[in-house]
Design a binder for this molecule. Sequence first.
Ligand code: HEM
Length: 468
Amino acid sequence: MMSQHNHSDYTICWFRLTGTELIVYTVISFLAVLISYDRWKRRRFVLLADKLNGPKDYPIIGSALDFIGTPKQIYEHFTKLRDKYNHDLFKVWLGSSLYVVIRKPEDIQIILNSSNALKKGFIYKFLGKVLGKGLIIAPETTMDYNLDIQSDIGSEFMINGTKALELMSNRALTVWLYPDIIYFMYCKIFGLENAYKLTKKLPRLMTEKKKNEYAHNAIDKNTIETSENDDKKKRSKALVDLLLETNKVGGNLSNEDIIDEVLTIIGAGYETTTSTVGFCILLLAIDSDIQERVYDEIHSVLGDGNETITIEHTTKLVYMKQVINETLRLFPIAPLMLRELQADVTIISGNHTLPKGTACVISPMVTHFIPELYSNPELFNPDNFNADNVAKRHKYSFIPFSGGPRSCIGMKYALLNITVLLTQILRNFSVHTDLKFSDIKLKFNLTIKSVNGYPVTIRPRNSALVTS
Ligand code: HEM
């Protein structure tokens, strides 16, 4: 029952309200009905979610307020949650999206291999802008392009790629930036579109170059000849060639499709590989005993001379492999993976049923630090990866490249690349730093990075200091 007394006062069921109060109460009531209806509609989902532990959440926003901050603050908050829940399963509501952080290797195996969990979660849609609907050094060999990061275009790509990643990370953690239209306006207002556009410049150039070569028939059907090599050595085909050839046999890839694929490979391969090498060098500089052991192994496999490293040599660098794996355990460059459930999935822990629609968060930052899997998990100890210790652990205790059908397609290449890079550096130089392990601070931008970079001094073996 509502009546109006003067221009601004209303009476509703014996309550006299001003016009403003009426609007406020109407909006609040509307929201309350909307939230109740939403919870009722999703009651089974909410009921199953209520069985899980997690930080306090509020209507509409969930726990999103906790995730406002700098990349470093967000990283610290995540590790606090990890420690609070004692590395156990926990949930986080971001808006009306339910995220469940899965901890145990047995549960991770179930999720990563479930046919109901092949979808990577909607946040990956945001990444499409940076990664191409398909992050940068991916492999010159993969691209057949001399990717010079020191060049203008190379550094432009690096700077803008990093910026674009930060923007994506920020969006992923800012619920109100999820709707495309709001994000579009946000980017326009703050002039952010440019970073995304410039990230595509390099892949576009690579694709155009290759297309021109094709147009001028510079490329033989089955081989690619290196311009520097007069002996016309045959090489395996580069990615762009494969994509262009797919089109010849009925594939229907547009120019933008090809550019996206190229962006995916250089994007996914660059920061991951370079940061891992950076962390590895820093750790070796901190622990000179381990560095000497790595050097001795390189020396025993490759000798004194300048013998070119081959794949066979890399298989003999067993201790180096342990060091790389330990680096990836402590600093897994991709710290979060998401899988959106297409149907309910029951996991082993607590026999919990995770409802359809849940976004499962799998984080090496959680699993790699479980004390039952790695004693003294906060210490750098390559022996964690000697054959005996590896055999004692569940396969999914170590997941820097994810696992299952949607895992990293570049794993073998990345490991080979890192091994060769480290070998070339360490056989010629020793590395040194004033930092201690506890000085390494991380920040989170969808990938993890060292806040203070990798401050290392290098000295040629058997000679005086050259650079830092
Ligand atoms: C240390 C180096 C690297 C690490 C730690 C790493 C890690 C990862 C992880 C964790 C994923 C899976 C994300 C998920 O499950 O949601 C992934 C996916 C992917 N990686 Fe890597 N990666 C590395 C290097 C590379 C390289 C060198 C390439 C390319 C040459 C590459 C290409 C890809 C691609 C294309 C995907 C997407 C696969 C898919 O969605 O099915 N990565 N990477």
